[in-house]
Design a protein around this ligand. Structure first.
Ligand code: COI
Length: 348
């Protein structure tokens, strides 16, 4: 059992920032090859050709998952198998050699084990794990490049939004879309995040925390936030936008649906959610590996601001948040088999 960490970090002041750790994982693969081997290397900078596929044509995908220290002091991973499946999907979609799920899990495990001292103490945050795959061979014409690099770095993190878990102030974007139907919105492609930067910075300059994106077909249905999926609660039912192809299939999104229906007995509908439904909801919250479950307090749409639940976290949001945190921290039984103890990952 791991009860203490040996690195000097102010665990009480963690935000969502890069902290230098001991090591990172690195592997390479030719376009027609299979992912195999790879090793831990000291944490540090890397060298890339200026003509690398990722730098010129955005041929890159990533993942985000977390390791937690439980109430008993063990270190666990939360549903890394879902990230492995999504990485396989995203790599294939971006013409990167499809990553084998066992290879992904083994690399995540090795990286966490080698950086175990950076997993925050129980209740103080988590170790964010960032697997990334890039086209690293050079090319001038638009095409998948001949070689790929897979890396994993980790960083101890606290809350994603500055100021902790307070209700978010969101702006509905009517000027920009995040992703097109039949595009790459359902892959964890780096380009989806660069598309969100301009609307995000514009919203931040106006005092908002994040942006709600609408569908790119008729601009009526909500999709997601860019960094998180969206949920509403009204009259005893939870609703979240159905996975239409342009929405990322969040691991936390799926976990929240299961917790609500199987533990809290609240019906969940994955369906079309119009922006007008969101504005009439009793509670609105967003979910993601980074944001966990964060309440939404204010939404501005077409210049008008609606306050949700008096700008307070609602009781349903609170119950869902506490349940997922309790599972992740080992405070309650994991009825779903979501917890992967770091030292037993392949004994399941
Ligand atoms: C995550 O929640 O892990 C994500 O990948 C979102 C990221 C943009 C912070």
């Amino acid at each position: 059992m791991i009860t203490e960490t040996r690195v000097k970090i102010d665990w009480d002041s963690l935000g969502f920032d890069v902290v230098k750790t001991k090591s990172m994982f690195k592997a390479t693969c030719p376009i027609d090859g299979k992912w195999s081997e790879g090793s831990l290397v000291p944490y540090g900078t890397i060298q890339l050709s200026p003509a690398a596929g990722v730098l010129n044509y955005g041929q890159g995908v990533f993942e985000g998952t977390k390791a937690f220290r439980t109430v008993k002091g063990d270190v666990i991973l939360f549903r890394p198998d879902r990230n492995a499946q999504r990485m396989a999907f995203s790599t294939k979609r971006l013409c990167i050699p499809e990553m084998d799920t066992e290879f992904f899990l083994d690399a995540v495990l090795k990286t966490v084990q080698d950086n175990i001292d950076y997993v925050p103490p129980y209740g103080k945050g988590s170790l964010y794990i960032r697997p990334i795959v890039w086209g690293t061979a050079p090319a001038l014409g638009v095409r998948p490049v001949s070689e790929y690099t897979f890396m994993i770095f980790v960083s101890p993190v606290g809350p994603y939004f500055k100021g902790g878990v307070k209700p978010l102030n969101l702006k509905v974007s009517t000027q920009f879309h995040r992703a097109a139907a039949k595009g790459i919105g359902n892959a964890k492609a780096i380009g989806n995040y660069s598309a969100s930067l301009f609307p995000l910075m514009k919203a931040k300059s106006e005092g908002f925390d994040e942006v709600i994106y609408l569908d790119a077909i008729d601009g009526k249905r909500v999709e997601e936030l860019g960094s998180a999926n969206l949920f509403i609660y009204k009259e005893g039912v939870i609703r979240t936008p159905a996975l239409s192809g342009s929405i990322l299939e969040g691991v936390t999104r799926n976990s929240v649906c299961r917790i609500a229906s199987d533990i809290l007995n609240i019906p969940v509908e994955e369906t079309d959610v119009d922006i007008t439904d969101v504005l009439k909801a009793e509670e609105v919250f967003c979910t993601g590996t980074a944001v966990v479950v964060t309440p939404v307090g204010k939404i501005t749409y077409q210049g008008e601001t609606t306050t949700i639940n008096g700008n307070q976290m609602g009781s349903v949001t609170e119950k869902i948040r506490q349940t997922i945190l309790a599972i992740q921290r080992g405070e309650m039984n994991d009825p779903f088999g979501w917890i992967f103890p770091v030292n037993q990952i392949f004994k399941r």
